[in-house]
Design a protein around this ligand. Structure first.
Ligand SMILES: [Zn+2]
Ligand SMILES: [Zn+2]
Length: 205
């Protein structure tokens, strides 16, 4: 078990395939994110393949567990996140132009001896954190009236059911359309009635 994401490849031979199990503390990764707490150890496996004198191909599978606040019921809950990423390192400095611009996307320059994938690991995991975390897909959220967590108990607020009905209407793609048609019908009827009335009035006077 390796407790760092810095790899020394000086002793890795060409086409040697190496696999490392890693376990890193989140503080070591500077894995600190707003609204995310109690981040577990980051665990995973890192595969290294050297090809040629200059290039090392890296593939990493990493995962951890974090605590977040549900966006609907506001309860804290734990959830696993996992990421896979690949990096191609090269120590072939080549021409000056290659150093600055021409290195392939995803290919990084290293000194030919050691490289560090801590930052890659942190970034790969951070983008797995949901922007709108939900404790479950079926989370009922809070009553908008009394604040009761509707996952735990049902409150006796009036209008709670109406709110739910409206929500389910909106989820139908045709709900808005049918409402618009109804509204248009009513408007037309009113117009017709008004003009009839006006006609009658005009006629009678
Ligand atoms: Zn929830
Ligand atoms: Zn309520």
């Amino acid at each position: 078990m390796k407790d760092t994401l810095i790899f020394d490849v000086r002793n890795i031979k060409d086409w040697d395939f190496n696999e490392y199990e890693v376990e890193i503390s989140p503080s070591q990764l500077e894995f600190e994110i707003e609204d995310v707490e109690n981040i577990d150890q980051v665990r995973g496996s890192v595969h290294l393949l050297r090809h040629g004198d200059n290039d090392v191909y890296v593939k990493a599978d990493v995962s951890t567990e974090i605590e977040m606040q549900c966006g609907k019921c506001l309860e804290m809950f734990r959830s696993g996140i996992a990421a896979t990423f690949e990096v191609q390192f090269t120590s072939d400095s080549g021409t000056e132009k290659e150093q600055t611009e021409d290195i392939d996307e995803g290919e990084r320059y290293f000194d030919g001896e050691t490289f560090d994938i801590s930052e890659d690991t942190r970034r790969a995991l951070v983008i797995q954190i949901p922007v709108w975390p939900l404790c479950s897909q079926t989370c009922e959220g809070l009553c908008q009236n009394c604040g009761t967590n509707l996952n735990d108990e049902i409150c006796s607020c009036e209008g709670t059911e109406d709110v739910e009905d409206n929500v389910s209407d909106v989820s139908s793609p045709f709900a808005d359309l049918s409402q618009m048609i109804e509204a248009a019908k009513l408007e037309n009827q009113n117009k017709t009635n008004n003009s009839k009335e006006r006609f009658r009035k005009n006629g009678s006077s």
